[in-house]
Design a protein around this ligand. Structure first.
Ligand SMILES: Nc1ncnc2c1ncn2[C@@H]1O[C@H](COP(=O)(O)OP(=O)(O)OP(=O)(O)O)[C@@H](O)[C@H]1O
Ligand SMILES: [Mg+2]
Length: 374
């Protein structure tokens, strides 16, 4: 991407509904051309944040800037922004073409120009030739694309998408994901998308923001969010994770040791930790970063980067779920803690190797745990 140029800036934005701070002191910058995803549990303030940006709600405190200009006094229809709503209401009594043209009619765009732009927008979302149909003559995915075309036809600089794919089945969702991505690259419009589907956010976005209870928790690239979460909340919200509470027992420049009551062995890390010795912290290990080995003897598999007696533990498989490409397991270790493990099904016979009740070794690399201080 070329040099990042801010297009949207939230400056200490708060929105209160009565006593509730639906959005709480959010500061955030989105750059031109970005595909930005906003993630968080239901009710955390995502829609409210977008509605303020679009101009449908007024911040209680703080400012929103577009291209460096405070838009407090700019009405929604004068902002270079269009929103595809959470319930992507298309007008059922109008044809597809009329639905798409609606905003242009409101703006009094001349008919010839309008027709040309509607055709162009329908083509962008691959609905060529379907302009004469009514929404109820379309599939769910096609209706979704009508809503998109209706927003795109206005040529906004920023497109806000609130759960744009939530009404679709898994297969169509995946297909629309790819289409959204291609579309965004093609039109070069800045996309801000709200989703509570983390896979969707990771797959599509150049950067993601995670919110909780109105507060921005972390803003990062999908990769950083997943591999370097800043808190237990983010680690747990994005993907699956095993969290071990413990204390910092050793902290050197090139390694550290965490002692966790749930684990019969120490957690060895191949890097130092910025925390006080004896301080409580959490080690977060993703299920796919834990190796599963058949337990044929008393010596755990040696991953070569941790001293003996660390980062490997025996357990019994108590639960398994076959997902096709991979399987997930819950392995109970001494003391009763269950650890989630995910494993690719590398051969067609993998299932036979790791069955319910099987005793196994679990082990992980010294670089695998993320250390969290909050
Ligand atoms: N107009 C309103 N009046 C009062 N409270 C509101 C209003 N709009 C939203 N809220 C409250 O503000 C909080 C944030 O709502 P918001 O719609 O932004 O959540 P969300 O993150 O979009 O959730 P979801 O994922 O369920 O769509 C919720 O507690 C909601 O009940
Ligand atoms: Mg919402």
């Amino acid at each position: 991407m070329s040099q990042a140029k801010p297009i949207i800036t939230f400056e200490n934005v708060t929105k209160r509904f009565g006593k509730l701070a639906a959005v709480d002191d959010v500061s955030l910058t989105v750059n031109e051309g970005e595909f930005f995803a906003l993630l968080g549990p239901s009710g955390c303030g995502k829609t409210t944040l977008l509605r303020m940006l679009a101009g449908f709600e007024v911040p209680t405190e703080g400012r929103i800037l577009i291209d460096g200009q405070d838009v407090s006094n700019t009405p929604p229809n004068k902002r270079p922004i269009n929103m595809v709503f959470q319930s992507y209401a298309v007008f059922p009594h109008m044809t597809v073409a009329d639905n798409v043209a609606y905003g242009l009619v409101v703006d009094k765009v001349a008919k010839a120009e309008r027709d040309r732009r509607v055709e162009e927008a329908l083509s962008l979302v691959q609905l060529d030739g379907l302009g004469g149909r009514k929404p109820d003559q379309l599939s769910g995915g096609q209706r979704q694309r009508v809503a998109l075309a209706r927003a795109l036809v206005k040529r906004p600089r920023v497109l806000l998408l609130d759960e744009p794919l939530s009404a679709l089945d898994a297969k169509l969702r995946a297909q629309m994901r790819t289409e959204l991505c291609t579309l965004q690259e093609k039109v070069g419009i800045t996309f801000i998308m709200v989703t509570h589907d983390q896979d969707e956010a990771l797959a599509l976005a150049s950067r993601c923001a995670v919110m909780n209870k109105g507060v921005l928790q972390q803003v990062a690239s999908p990769n950083d969010l997943y591999e370097f979460p800043s808190s237990r909340f983010v680690a747990d919200f994005i993907g699956q994770v095993n969290l071990f509470e413990g204390v910092l027992a050793v902290d050197e420049q090139d390694h550290a040791v965490i002692r966790a009551p749930d684990l019969p062995v120490d957690l060895f890390l191949d890097h130092g930790v910025t925390g006080a010795r004896g301080a409580t912290l959490w080690a977060a290990i993703r299920p796919e970063k834990i190796e599963l080995h058949k337990k044929t003897g008393e010596t755990p598999p040696n991953l070569g980067d941790a001293p003996a007696g660390t980062n490997a533990v025996a357990g019994v498989i108590r639960h398994e779920a076959y997902l096709g490409g991979s399987s997930t397991y819950e392995v109970e270790i001494a003391g009763g803690r269950r650890i989630k493990v995910q494993r690719s099904n590398l051969t067609r016979w993998d299932q036979e190797d790791f069955a319910l009740g099987e005793t196994v070794w679990l082990c992980w690399h010294a670089c695998s745990p993320a250390v969290l201080l909050s």
